[in-house]
Design a protein around this ligand. Structure first.
Ligand code: MCN
Length: 797
């Protein structure tokens, strides 16, 4: 862990310094503004009746009993709002013929997953609203649950949406031969000296944010103000307005402190729509906060894929082709990014390797489960898992060290920029350097020696060693890519800088944090560039009124896109200030240097004008250059030229007790390369949290449905979210290969730990068991699954 280097008065060298998080004082002293803490005059509380069945027709629904219950001000079924609620938006229709049966916020005629909202009650208190739900009569006519992805695609399968005539939402394909980015996988398969095929399962995961989703809506005439625990206030404003037919300029969205999102709050939720409908209907503020079990069953899940991979290679270990087929679980409806998440993975399956040919095919399939959508990494963890697992399987087939196989095939430092077989151009990277550093950090040679000793002595506790040499595409992203998708927003980000008369600086950003520490990192960037004290910078975000233009936070984009917009806006301020300084000093502006917060004439540093004096000169405005507008404020909108490609090497050693199946992580070491580090402490925090979630997928977490489509893991009692006590000490370090695509040289880090770690852990578990003849364990690798695999192999089954 990086030492905190907090110099309260330092005005220089803010980049690469672990400043303490500005935002923590109010977070740790109970002065947080969670949405659920809000109380507005006349506010009603909402409770939502949810379907107890996975799939059923609503034969009848009667909310009249609830309407007369104590404290109740109103109750509505989906039928009451059928004409006004619209369908929740899907912003990424991946193919022109994608099947999207529509997603009402309150079910009208049919429920399609256990947890689907069917009615809402508004009452004076939350308790009264919840009690009144008991008075609603619903007559359900059960339909068969559709749970198995392959069965859902079979002829004659029961259909989730009868009117769609199919459970398949879309088929999407990327073929390097057709795209001109490589050869054909069929040719590679025909000529292959070695072929390895594997099926991997990406289980469904609950995003596990600590603050449940919560929304307060205040109506005023035709306008509404919405406070929501959301990652995307700006997108919510536009999409909610479109969904409900409210003019965009009449919608204000505020994301106050948001207690984690991890992708789980990057969608337009039914609850936000329902609360808006009720608030407008009653003409009073309305609040809805979900319970933890609603959060598990009705907030979208992540992952949920069957991955079939075929890799071909020469006998000496050169990869020749990768063929990927996914069946991706959409759940019951398409939410904002549902169909796009697996498609995003298409670009990452080739990983850091030079594949001559590649094909990716994906079928998106409806099931009677809660919809899937983004969860930390969204598409990239799944792809990285696939490629990093099958590289190990290929190494085993070739009887080659997994690292040697990777070295033979990865893009070398000299080969950047490199255009991959999936069509992406990686700007920079140094896989060799990160790997060398990680091997040392982990003590890999000693671990290998210990593994050999344990194998030799038939130790019941075996040591397994797992590698993941990953890259990912983040920093979403160039508008020419994102904006070209029907309906979708671009990938730009905005910033504006307001210089106050006393030289203090307000920076308005369009990104919207939910735990990442942006206020601190962005303050460092501004302080460094402008040479003003870190404390003199205020970062304003998360309110469409005070930060009107933005595309919010996801895809590890905040620094590489939002941070660069801030740099551009600051540079505009400096250029204008230069003109004023030249006027004040009666010097030529080309002769002026700007450093440490002051302008001076090159070669004569003793005569200088500090930034604060210029700010005041603009305020008094009596002696500015002729015709100059008296403001130092500036605005910038940055649209990146490319994605950001952080990379790293993650190494994991696990002890597997072959008698009990218990897996314990012995060592976890990783070296990430995220270009220029801004705040090492924030980065370590991101990596640690990311690792926890990636390890959780490997060993602990799974959203499980029973045969009737009921969610079995509906609380943190049943869903094993690991705590710090379940996780090892992480050994983290960095190499620095600056991005060549932005002036800060930065790459994103918010998802890296999650993307990289899952295959490192599972590779380690499988490595421990490979001498027993086991070459895969389905995630999560629970003691029971590991133990059963050992027993099955011992019994020859
Ligand atoms: N940073 C840095 N130097 C770099 C890169 C990043 O100092 N070279 C810092 C940034 O200043 C920022 C943090 O690291 O404070 C993460 O930056 P970035 O990689 O730009 O990622 P985002 O801020 O866009 O965060 C999004 C990402 C995603 S997609 C998920 S999901 C996620 C995550 O961040 N959800 C989180 N991290 C989370 N952290 C918390 N606490 N809670 C969540 O819900």
């Amino acid at each position: 862990m990086t030492a905190v280097d907090d110099k309260p008065t330092s005005t220089t060298s803010q980049i690469g310094v672990s400043r303490k998080r500005k935002e923590d004082r109010h977070l740790v002293t109970g002065r947080t503004t969670w949405v659920d803490n809000m109380i507005l005059p006349g506010m009603v509380h909402l409770a939502i009746l949810r379907s107890p069945m996975a799939h059923a027709k609503i034969a009848s629904i009667d909310v009249s009993g609830a309407r007369t219950a104590p404290g109740v001000l109103g109750a509505w079924s989906g039928r009451d709002f059928a004409d006004v609620q619209g369908d929740l938006p899907c912003a990424w229709p991946v193919t022109p013929d994608m099947v999207n049966p529509g997603a009402p916020s309150l079910a009208v005629d049919q429920v399609n997953f256990a947890g689907d909202a069917v009615a809402v009650v508004a009452a004076r208190t939350k308790g009264e609203a919840v009690d009144a739900l008991e008075e609603i009569d619903v007559d359900y006519e059960p339909l068969p649950a559709v749970l198995d992805l392959e069965a859902a695609l079979a002829d004659g399968a029961d259909l989730v949406h009868e009117s769609a005539g199919t459970n398949k939402s879309y088929s999407w394909e990327l073929d390097s031969a057709a795209a001109g980015s490589g050869g054909s996988v069929e040719d590679a398969a025909r000529d292959a000296e070695v072929t390895v095929k594997r099926r991997f399962i990406q289980q469904r995961l609950s995003p596990g944010f600590m603050e449940p989703r919560s929304v307060v809506v205040q109506p005023a005439d035709e306008a509404v103000t919405i406070w929501s625990s959301t990652q995307i206030p700006h997108i919510l404003r536009t999409m909610l307005g479109l969904t409900l037919g409210i003019d965009e300029h009449k919608v204000r969205v505020v994301a106050p402190d948001v207690g984690g999102g991890f992708g789980g709050k990057i969608t337009i939720t039914p609850e936000e729509v329902i609360a808006t409908l009720v608030a407008r209907e009653l003409g009073r503020p309305a609040k809805y906060t979900e319970s933890r079990s609603e959060s598990m069953s009705a907030a979208h899940h992540g992952r949920g894929q069957i991955q079939d991979l075929t890799i071909t290679a020469t006998r000496d270990g050169k990869v020749t082709g990768l063929d990927v087929h996914l069946i991706a679980d959409m759940g019951a409806y398409l939410r904002l990014l549902t169909p796009g998440v697996p498609v995003l993975g298409a670009f990452m399956f080739p990983g850091i390797y030079k594949f001559p040919s590649y094909r990716f095919r994906c079928d998106g399939v409806f099931t009677t489960k809660v919809p899937t959508d983004a969860y930390r990494g969204a598409g990239r963890p799944e792809a990285t898992f696939g490629i990093e697992r099958i590289m190990d399987e290929l190494a085993a087939e070739l009887d080659m060290d997994p690292l040697e196989l990777r070295r033979k095939n990865w893009i070398t430092h000299e080969e950047f920029p490199f255009t991959t077989v999936a069509g992406l151009t990686y700007d920079s990277g140094n896989y060799e350097a990160a790997t060398e550093k990680a091997l040392e950090l982990a003590g890999w040679e000693e671990l290998k020696a210990e593994q050999a000793r344990r194998r030799e002595s038939n130790d019941p506790v075996q040591l397994g060693l797992g590698i993941s040499t990953f890259t990912e595409m983040c920093g979403l992203a160039p508008s020419r890519v994102l904006g070209s998708l029907d309906y979708a927003a671009g990938g730009w980000e905005s910033a504006s800088v307001r210089v106050l008369p006393t030289g203090k600086v307000e920076v308005v950003t369009g990104i919207s944090p939910h735990g990442q520490g942006h206020v601190t990192g962005f303050s460092q960037i501004v302080a460094d560039r402008l040479g003003v004290p870190f404390e003199d910078v205020e970062i304003i975000h998360g309110d469409t009124q005070s930060s009107p233009k933005g595309l919010d936070t996801y895809g590890s984009r905040s620094l590489t896109v939002g941070g660069v917009a801030v740099v551009q806006a600051v540079d505009k301020v400096i250029e204008k200030a230069r003109k004023i300084a030249a006027h004040m000093m009666e010097a030529n502006e080309d002769d002026l240097e700007y450093a440490d917060g002051k302008f001076s004439v090159a070669g004569a540093p003793s005569s200088s004008v500090p930034f604060g004096d210029i700010a005041f000169a603009v305020f008094s405005a009596h002696d500015l250059p002729e015709g100059m507008e008296p403001t130092l404020n500036s605005e910038a909108t940055y649209d990146p030229g490319n994605f950001s490609f952080p990379h790293g090497t993650h190494l994991c050693a696990v002890e597997v007790d072959t008698e009990t199946g218990h897996v314990a992580i012995r060592t976890y070491a990783c070296v990430d390369d995220i270009g220029t580090p801004i705040n090492p402490m924030l980065i370590d925090g991101q990596v640690h949290g990311g690792l926890a979630q990636g390890i959780a997928q490997a060993l602990y977490e799974e959203a499980v449905y029973d045969d009737d489509g009921n969610l079995v893991t509906g609380s943190f009692v049943d869903y094993t979210l690991p705590t710090a006590a379940d996780l090892p000490t992480f050994h983290t370090d960095r190499t620095v290969t600056p991005s060549t695509d932005n002036p800060l040289g930065v790459k994103g880090v918010g998802e890296a730990g999650t993307i990289a770690s899952t295959p490192a852990v599972v590779n380690a578990v499988v490595d421990a068991l490979r001498p027993l003849g086991i070459n895969d364990i389905t995630m999560p690798c629970t003691p029971e699954r590991v133990w059963r695999a050992i027993q099955d192999h011992a019994n020859g089954s």
